[in-house]
Design a protein around this ligand. Structure first.
Ligand code: AHR
Length: 512
């Protein structure tokens, strides 16, 4: 809705402090359900994303349950994390699952060649990952190794996880402490096959995918959803070839897009202390997600008009230059109000495409790229992105509702402009009507009137507001609450419900 509105509207420049934007929600025309897995997470063996950030091991002085940090897991639980993708990423295509089972002291030590060249002692393997998912109450998404692995290795991993038989592999799982098979919800064949996953063409990958999945057998009731590794950025070739050539054993095609302020991998831009031009370019670049999803949907609609296969954006988020003095392979970056705005804009886009986008996974959960949580030894801090995820929890499993914007204003930089306001609306599983609004302009507040067509004039809006004084406001171990949501309420007056959006803000709440 947002992007189309940008293109279609004669954008009005705001002159005064408050220009009035109008939102109309059509409560009588429910759209597709927003799959809760749109709020999925990604945890890769990368830097301190898992080791130190979430996993400290059962012997650690840091309070933990079976090796997983109590503080971090407790905070993540408040996000109702629906799904976790593991073990990569690029790491997945060099990961051999047998390295991660059995007594931890006996597991082989490898080198993580993708991320920092550090030693990987395989302390976190299949059993530990399922334990994490269980503690979170999350579904699991296991990414198989097509790069340095084989169909046999993947098929044996799937058997190890899902078989209730007395096969040698199922017995090995029992010997390693897990009697009943786990519920394997999703399984992907490789990652970024166009790059770190093997530099393949989509045709080669499609052929390998078909052969591999033919051997990924489970009891019918234990069959996971299968994911083919797709394209990225502006390239729709992968979605086209995969949705055209793979007609069996496929539930989703993945897609990756990272928001880089400068748009250049060599110098991406800093996570904090950036100029306003990089606030603008970050917003502009993140909004490209909408056009990319539309383009991928268009080719998939042609090849799969019944929408059997989902488009899974299983890597997205901001990617900045790493924090000074840190291992460049660890992808550690600070997280500011800008990241929360980026997250909210992407959520609104994903909701709009709920018919096809049935899963997304922000990269990544802890200490890596656009993280929910940053840790340092026993310390932990929640990021503005964490707060955005928390504010949007009511949208998990909600039914999307059409929301149109009129009289939207422009946030401009030089000759470029993006729309000032982004909106999304949905009927929550609790029956309430939720509205999410984002003001992209770091300098101008605005007012939004909210109208619900086919229903009584709404009386009030109650929810939460996330904003801060500076565009790069962020939380630190010393000041963990510099950016956090506050309660927000608005009452209708004269038959009109008006929500005031401060500059650079996210507001989410229920209209009653
Ligand atoms: O999320 C970091 C990396 O980005 C992933 O490992 C890879 O799939 C992508 O290129």
């Amino acid at each position: 809705m947002f992007q189309r509105t940008v293109l279609a509207l004669a954008l009005t420049l705001c002159g005064g402090a408050y220009a009035q934007v109008a939102v109309t929600i059509d409560a009588g025309k429910p759209g597709p359900v927003i799959d809760k897995n749109v709020y999925g997470q990604f945890a890769e063996h990368l830097g301190t994303g898992i080791y130190g950030g979430m996993w400290v091991g059962p012997e650690s002085k840091i309070p933990n349950v079976k090796g997983w940090r109590k503080d971090v897991i407790g905070a993540l639980k408040a996000l109702h994390v629906p799904l976790v993708r593991w073990p990569g990423g690029c790491f997945a295509d060099e990961y051999h699952w047998r390295d991660g089972i059995g007594p931890r002291s006996k597991r082989p030590v490898k080198v993580n060649t993708n991320w920092g060249g550090v030693e990987e002692d395989n302390a976190v393997g299949t059993h530990e990952f399922f334990e994490l998912a269980e503690q979170l109450g999350a579904q699991v998404y296991v990414n198989g190794n097509l790069g340095t692995g084989s169909a046999q290795e993947m098929s044996e991993w799937v058997e190890y996880m899902t078989s209730d038989s007395k096969s040698t592999l199922a017995q090995l799982r029992r010997k390693n402490g897990r009697d009943k098979p786990w519920k394997l919800d999703y399984f992907a064949v490789g990652n970024e096959a166009w790059g770190c996953g093997g530099e393949m063409t989509p045709e080669t990958y499609a052929s390998l995918y078909k052969t591999t999945t033919a051997f990924l057998k489970t009891p019918p009731e234990a069959r996971p959803k299968f994911i083919a590794s797709g394209g990225n950025d502006n390239d729709t070739t992968w979605s086209n070839v995969l949705s055209r050539d793979i007609k069996k054993n496929i539930d989703g095609i993945s897609f990756h897009y990272y928001t880089i302020p400068t748009g250049k991998w060599a110098v991406k831009g800093a996570a904090t202390g950036f100029p306003e031009s990089e606030w603008f370019s970050t917003i502009r670049n993140t909004l490209k997600m909408d056009g990319m999803i539309r383009a991928n949907k268009a080719v998939m609609d042609k090849n799969d008009p019944q929408k059997k296969v989902g488009l899974y954006v299983d890597e997205w988020g901001t990617w900045y230059d790493v924090e000074k003095g840190t291992n460049t392979g660890f992808l550690l970056q600070q997280n500011s109000l800008r990241d929360a705005v980026v997250a909210a804009l992407n959520f609104n886009i994903f909701h709009e495409h709920a018919d096809r986008v049935r899963m997304t996974n922000i990269a990544q959960m802890v200490n890596v790229l656009q993280a929910m949580i940053l840790t340092d030894k026993d310390k932990m801090v929640l990021t503005p992105t964490y707060h955005a995820f928390r504010m949007y929890v009511p949208f998990q499993g909600a039914t999307s509702l059409p929301a149109t914007l009129q009289n939207n204003a422009a946030y401009t930089s030089g000759t470029e402009a993006v729309a000032q306001v982004s909106v999304s609306a949905a009927r929550g599983t609790d029956g309430k009507l939720y509205v999410a609004l984002v003001n992209t302009d770091p300098n101008k507040a605005t007012e939004v009137t909210v109208d619900v067509s086919g229903a009584a004039v709404p009386a009030r809006f109650t929810g939460q507001l996330l904003t801060a004084d500076a565009t790069d406001a962020h939380n630190t171990f010393a000041a963990p609450n510099a950016v956090k949501p506050t309660s927000y309420a608005a009452q209708a007056a004269g038959g009109k419900l008006t929500v005031k959006l401060p500059a650079k803000s996210v507001v989410v709440g229920a209209v009653e």
